[in-house]
Unconditional design. Structure first.
Length: 211
């Protein structure tokens, strides 16, 4: 079994310490950093994403797998910078103003990172201006808004409007999600994409960057 498969398999089991050691070993063996990232860490996280979507694994398994991925990524980060390899794309993410729920948002973040995207996590209770400001300052191509309350989902409309007012609406894709949100609502407020779960969100986001 190749070391990259071992990295992927141990990552799926959430064995962070072993993943970190194997990644270091792969580096020492001279395997290209990008290959370790793609065929080891990201492929493992991608499998977890699919299983999560199919209800074969649940939030706790995703959390431990993501932790293992982050441990492995720590070894690679400085090397990726040295070799000038950039993230696939940049996303800013947050739970909208008035809403303090973060489990869904955190899952989305892990799935996005698991696809090789750079994620700027704004946390919870994020005002519309903050999404726009971050997207402008950090050159984000996608804004992801999460809401778990019917009382806060209206703020997503404000994010879309703020993007228009700032003149960046053409440049930035706006994705929305969360329990009360659906496709109709997404179309009503003029957002670009609604996804029902974290794994689908990551797939759609990656599709935007490769388009």
């Amino acid at each position: 079994m190749s070391i990259l498969n071992e990295i992927s398999e141990n990552l799926q089991k959430g064995k962070a310490k072993i993943v970190k050691e194997l990644v270091q070993q792969a580096v020492d063996e001279g395997i290209p950093v990008k290959q370790i990232l793609d065929e080891g860490l990201l492929s493992g996280m991608s499998i977890i994403g699919v299983k999560f979507k199919n209800n074969e694994v649940f939030v706790p398994e995703v959390l431990v797998a993501a932790r293992a991925m982050n441990m492995g990524a720590q070894v690679l980060k400085p090397l990726l910078v040295e070799s000038g390899i950039e993230a696939v794309g940049k996303v800013c993410l947050g739970t909208v103003k008035g809403d303090l729920h973060d489990i869904g948002k955190n899952l989305v973040k892990m799935m996005l990172e698991g696809k090789g995207l750079e994620v700027i996590d704004l946390g919870t209770d994020v005002p519309p201006e903050k999404f726009i400001e971050t997207a402008q300052n950090e050159n984000c191509d996608v804004i992801c808004c999460s809401a778990l309350l019917t009382t806060t989902m209206g703020v997503m409309q404000e994010v879309v409007d703020a993007a228009k007012n700032a003149g960046i609406r053409e440049k930035v894709k706006i994705m929305v999600g969360g329990a009360p949100v659906n496709q109709n609502f997404c179309e009503q407020i003029g957002a670009d994409y609604y996804t029902p779960d974290a794994a689908t969100c990551a797939e759609v986001a990656v599709g935007l960057f490769s388009a």
